[in-house]
Design a protein around this ligand. Structure first.
Ligand code: HEM
Length: 401
């Protein structure tokens, strides 16, 4: 049975929606661009409505109440209500200012050769393997390495990081079974302990960091005389790691999946490697790693087709906005040379992705070098999606090179 607007509710989505949400999203945007779910929340699918929500200072990110109802008092609640993404000014401003120090052009310039080195090493391994899972053996390793390096996380812990990340972020899906909440709680606790020890160590040994590590500036940095507390540090480092690797893994995995499905675009990039920058932007638009955002209306907001009153809980469909025919010509066409490309995969406004430049650099280097080195890359069996509505990526992607 095809997905249908008359029976749709964002809180009751199923595997068909996760597999391909776009037929339904097009229908929603055309017929009910301000869609009301049974719980009273709305789901926005127009590009201009999503933009307006993100750009308004009256739209709030604080989720203390919503997460209180969803999780009760538990480690997941503490984590999600302490990380900057789910907070408003003034706390958001302080944490953002302190973390921004880690993403300056100078720091990013330090990372570029590091990223190239890691990618080349991983590609050597890919060549040795010949037959591999593109996610496990390549896409997930790079962002984990980079962010672990930034936070000074030792090698022996790195294998566990993706599991932690999926468990913590998975609990943000609209529908979350009990066992997934328990898994998320365990992940926050275990990961929190590891980070707590690292922070204590760096606090006691300032100046001992390797080039590029940002932990020290997070510990000792000040904004208007305020430093982060131990809890704020731990939870925001957990967040930084989650924000930094699941999404970038998806960017790289989605790119390869799209090239396998669109051999003409794969050929085009091989023929003209200078298209890599627009190709990365098109992957971000076409299969946005983060598909849904949320805000609470702190004041009434006027949208294209109506007014949302103060207190409305809003879901923004980044996925739908990025396929809005009012903004993108042939929105369902994957076109690696698309220009302009006003996608909102990193959103906009005060919470605009802090790691966007880093993610673009990682994407450009990883996808560009992979495609150049293995022009005959081919599918080798069935891929499986990460079974989440909020995050779009491949859980497994078997290939031969
Ligand atoms: C393709 C990769 C990525 C995508 C698609 C992505 C997407 C996003 C989006 C949509 C938001 C806004 C969420 C909201 O407020 O509703 C966000 C926030 C954020 N991202 Fe990214 N991200 C990516 C990679 C990264 C990386 C590599 C890092 C850091 C290492 C990072 C760090 C952050 C941080 C710190 C925030 C919170 C900003 C704030 O609340 O002020 N992201 N990201």
């Amino acid at each position: 049975m095809p997905l249908d607007v008359s029976t749709f509710d964002l809180n009751r989505i199923d595997a068909r929606f996760i597999e391909n949400p776009h037929p339904l999203l097009h229908q929603l945007r055309a017929e009910r661009p301000i869609f009301r779910n049974a719980d009273g929340s709305v789901y926005l699918t127009r590009h201009d409505d999503c933009l307006k929500v993100y750009q308004s200072r009256d739209m709030l990110s604080d989720k203390t109440e919503a997460f209180g109802e969803k999780f009760g008092q538990c480690p997941l609640h503490k984590h999600h209500t302490t990380s900057l993404i789910f907070n408003d000014p003034p706390y958001h401003t302080v944490v953002r200012k302190l973390i921004s120090g880690a993403f300056t052009p100078r720091k990013l310039a330090e990372f570029e050769p590091l990223i190239e080195g890691i990618v080349d090493r991983l590609l050597d391994r890919v060549e040795d393997l010949g037959t591999l899972d593109l996610i496990d053996d390549f896409a997930k390793v790079l962002p984990t390495e980079i962010i672990s390096f930034m936070l000074g996380i030792p090698e022996e812990y790195r294998a566990r990081l993706r599991g932690y990340s999926l468990a913590i972020l998975g609990a943000l899906d609209p529908v979350v079974p009990e066992d997934r909440i328990a898994e998320g709680n365990r992940a926050v606790e275990e990961f929190g302990e590891i980070l707590g020890d690292l922070i204590d160590h760096r606090r006691a040994n300032p100046g001992g960091a390797m080039q590029g590590e940002v932990l020290e500036s997070l510990i000792f940095g000040e904004h208007q005389g305020r430093r982060l507390t131990q809890d704020e540090l731990i939870q925001n480092c957990i967040f930084l790691l989650n924000a930094g690797h699941e999404t970038t893994t998806s960017l790289v995995g989605n790119a390869v999946g799209l090239f396998l499905d669109h051999p003409d675009q794969h050929r085009r990039l091989l023929d003209d490697p200078s298209l890599i920058d627009t190709a990365v932007e098109e992957v971000l638009r076409f299969d946005s790693p983060l598909q849904i955002g949320n805000r609470l209306a702190g004041e009434d907001i006027v949208l294209h087709d109506g007014v949302l009153p103060k207190g409305t809980y809003i879901h923004t469909s980044i996925a739908a906005a990025n396929r809005d025919p009012a903004v993108f010509e042939n929105p369902d066409m994957f076109d690696i040379a698309r220009k302009p490309n006003r996608h909102i995969a990193f959103i906009t406004g005060i919470h605009v992705c802090l790691g966007a430049t880093l993610a673009r650099v990682e994407g450009r280097i990883a996808i560009g070098r992979l495609v150049r080195r293995f022009p005959k890359i081919a599918a080798n069996g069935t891929r499986q999606r990460v079974p989440l509505a909020r995050f779009r990526g491949w859980g497994t992607l078997p290939v031969t090179v």
